[in-house]
Design a protein around this ligand. Structure first.
Ligand SMILES: NC(=O)c1ccc[n+]([C@@H]2O[C@H](COP(=O)([O-])OP(=O)(O)OC[C@H]3O[C@@H](n4cnc5c(N)ncnc54)[C@H](O)[C@@H]3O)[C@@H](O)[C@H]2O)c1
Length: 432
């Protein structure tokens, strides 16, 4: 491993990133910026072509950020896994979704690891970054790679380092978010730490891959449980006729012992709704019942139906039924400032509304169209605030740059699940 450390120091190590999505692409660019020659590998030919053409497909990454290293010969993309043999370091950033049964689906990780195994050679460093249950690196990745006949710690290095990127966050990015890293052996940790030190500001080594895996799941379970708690408080406040947003704003003034979380139409994205169930699955395998995770999951998953109930009640006050009403949705991305609709609660709300016979339309400046079972729609521009004839506007994602005042003036009825119309007391505005 000493030789690889030196190659990393000299920036002559060849780096590879498998999976060029929200996590892998920014990481590959950061490594290229640090001075390495980086090869990105993805099964998706469109992504490979986009990179070759210097075009970005991720909101936080500009075309030029890709085009510059491509031009300089420091970044290239391919779907050909045989390049792995020429690489010194390989970060795996492929998806880790859940099956319908809420069991972990490691298909993508296993397939990437099997590709690496075909080309594994002495002196390489493999790092898994995909979020997964504690034990994956030791129990799934290590045996698969060692089936090549090479031994971890002696012939090649293996580590886990959770990715903590927050798409749409203007302040924190791959470079300035501290990177936790745990190797199978102390030398694996050392060499992985050395690689990250070249490309991120702070590296936090931990004693094992299991600790590193668990760190990520603690962080995301913390968010899921706290969002579940505040969603339950919102449901409580609704029945007590108390403004939950005002309560949170006031509670937030406490300078210690409180951290503000906000209610909403439910959880979305590829992390918070999914990752805690990786942990509860693993806990169950060991006879442990992860009660907080299950309860928070149940509350968070009930939120889209609660939103539909709010819409139904609001229309009812106007002597209208959901069936036949024109409901215009603002925001289908799972959170503000991103174009990601994976697991977005907006889609669930829209699906329930469509089933109930509402006539749907939507505006999302980040998402030009949605193709979902039950509805196929294109985003409509918000000229003058609200589409003609809308009976109700539902704010599900509060993207920046929307003229909410015009919406309040023009919409006959508004259900605001994100407190976008902060402080507005107009009677036709209903809040969560
Ligand atoms: N998106 C986030 O905000 C975020 C944050 C932290 C951690 N994570 C974790 O990072 C991992 C990746 O998430 P993402 O959001 O970047 O996913 P993504 O879907 O945006 O990107 C994954 C990429 O991997 C490619 N891929 C799939 N299987 C492959 C294979 N066998 N070989 C090569 N390429 C393959 C896909 O084509 C896709 O381009 C997940 O485990 C996720 O939980 C995501």
């Amino acid at each position: 491993m000493q030789e690889l450390m030196e190659r990393i120091e000299r920036r002559s190590a060849r780096c590879g990133v498998i999976g060029l999505g929200y996590v892998g692409l920014p990481l590959a660019l950061e490594l290229a910026k640090a001075g390495f020659r980086v090869t990105g590998i993805d099964l998706d030919e469109r992504k490979v072509q986009a990179i070759r053409g210097g075009t970005s497909y991720i909101v936080d990454v500009s075309d030029e950020e890709i085009a510059a290293p491509v031009r300089a010969g420091r970044f290239s993309a391919t779907s050909d896994f045989s390049v792995i043999r020429d690489l010194d370091t390989i970060n795996i950033c492929v998806p880790t979704p859940l099956r319908k049964t809420k069991d972990p689906d490691l298909t993508y990780v296993v397939s990437a690891v099997n590709e690496i195994k075909q080309h594994l050679r002495r002196g390489q460093l493999i790092i898994l970054e995909s979020t997964t249950y504690p034990g994956t690196t030791e129990e799934v990745v290590r045996p698969a790679l060692e089936a090549s006949g090479l031994e971890v710690g002696r012939d090649f290095a293996l580590a886990f380092s959770p990715e903590r990127i927050d798409p749409g966050n203007a302040r924190f990015n791959t470079r300035n978010i501290p990177k936790v890293v745990g190797g199978v052996t102390p030398s694996c940790t050392q060499v992985a730490k050395r690689l990250y030190e070249a490309s991120v500001d702070t590296v936090v080594p931990v004693s094992s891959t299991q600790v590193a895996e668990m760190v990520k799941l603690l962080e995301n379970t913390f968010r899921s449980v706290n969002i579940g708690l505040v969603n339950e408080i919102a449901l409580m406040c609704s029945s007590l006729k108390i403004d939950v947003w005002e309560v949170i704003e006031a509670a937030k003034t406490k300078p210690f012992g409180f951290m503000a979380f906000y209610p909403g139409p439910g959880l979305g994205g590829h992390c918070i709704p999914i990752d805690p169930f990786y942990l509860s699955w693993k806990a169950k395998m060991n006879g442990f019942d992860a009660r907080f995770i299950e309860l928070a999951g149940a509350i968070n998953e009930s939120m889209p139906r609660f939103v539909v109930e709010r819409i139904t009640d609001a229309l009812n006050e106007h002597r209208k039924s959901v069936r036949g009403s024109r409901v215009h949705v603002l925001g289908v991305a799972y959170k503000a400032g991103v174009n990601d609709i994976r697991e977005s609660p907006s889609l669930i709300v829209m699906k329930i509304l469509a089933e109930k016979g509402a006539v749907l339309s939507y505006t999302d400046p980040y998402v030009p169209s949605v193709r979902e079972e039950g509805f196929v729609l294109d985003s409509v521009p918000l000229d003058g605030g609200v589409p003609e004839g809308a009976d109700c506007v539902v704010i599900l994602t509060a993207h920046p740059g929307v003229d909410y005042e015009a919406i309040v003036r023009r919409a006959p009825l508004i259900v605001d699940t994100r407190n976008a119309l902060r402080g507005c007391t107009a009677p036709h505005v209903k809040r969560l």
